[in-house]
Design a protein around this ligand. Sequence first.
Ligand code: G3H
Ligand code: 13P
Ligand code: ZN
Length: 321
Amino acid sequence: MIVPTADLVKVGYGRFAVGAYNINNMEQALGLFRGGRQAQAPLIIQISKGARKYAGVKMLEAILRAAEEMYPEVIFAVHLDHGDEATCYDCIDSGFYSSVMIDASHEPFEKNVEITRRVVERAHAKGVSVEAELGMLGGVEEDVRVDEKHALLTDPDQAAEFVQRTGCDLLAVAIGTSHGAYKFKGRQTLHLARLAEIQQRLPGFPLVMHGASSVPREEVERINAAGGGLDPSARGVDENEFARAVPRGVTKVNIDTDARLVWYRVHREHLRDHPEVFDFRKPGELYIQAYADLIAHKSTRLGCAGRLPEVRAALGKDGPR
Ligand code: G3H
Ligand code: 13P
Ligand code: ZN
């Protein structure tokens, strides 16, 4: 069942976060929904501009509509990940998306406010929620001077002003994470004190953590042992940090790299170990279950496993389906 993103993330504010996972194909859809059912966890399913180009807008919608029928008990939102203004409008007008992300974080503050405000007006008129971003993700290196380092993080005062002026429903904050497999060097970790300051200025407001993959060392090692060439120093977010970020207002946690690692591990190992096989459904089946297991695991770490009854009741979806 597709539900509004803003309503979904508010259910667990301060107690649990909902995992937001990118989708590109049918195998990922089956893994996601099987994982959601396995864990009894709500999901946010994200579609990037790259996914729309790769699979086709119609194909992704058809896949998700089919998955919704196959897994009627799973509660999920459909979200545009890192959209530009034109793509946001396309998604809003389609009537299929629960929410869009307008990513104008690379623009100066005033321009970011202006663009986000325009998208919010169009989205809210159609009942679509809007995630916006403030601050700059990534590139926070240990050897960067403190002033420079903090300049990349979301400024708490600006965050409060931004939300008030744009009317956005969720805010992606830069607290030290970055996209991809190479997030941290040395002893770096999340900037939880900065997150707490943002929460103080925006009490009860849903915050979003991008770049939240944990990049498990074992996955990287297995991929490399099966012919991959990943940098073994790849490092992600410590999953123990989720339990510290959630009470500080993080309600949506974006994970894509870990899903890609599972795909590569399963397929590389299968091709290495079964050179005689040419039925691609064999590694496909393994991948779907491995991805479902990853979703179940993440849901447990985010605290949203087992929450479907609570979410269903909070959203008034207890009636006949
Ligand atoms: O943040 C981006 C996600 O990892 C999606 O990646 O744009 O290559 O589909 P993509
Ligand atoms: P990762 O690269 O850490 O998986 O982050 C994904 C993301 O933020 C998608 O918007
Ligand atoms: Zn992101």
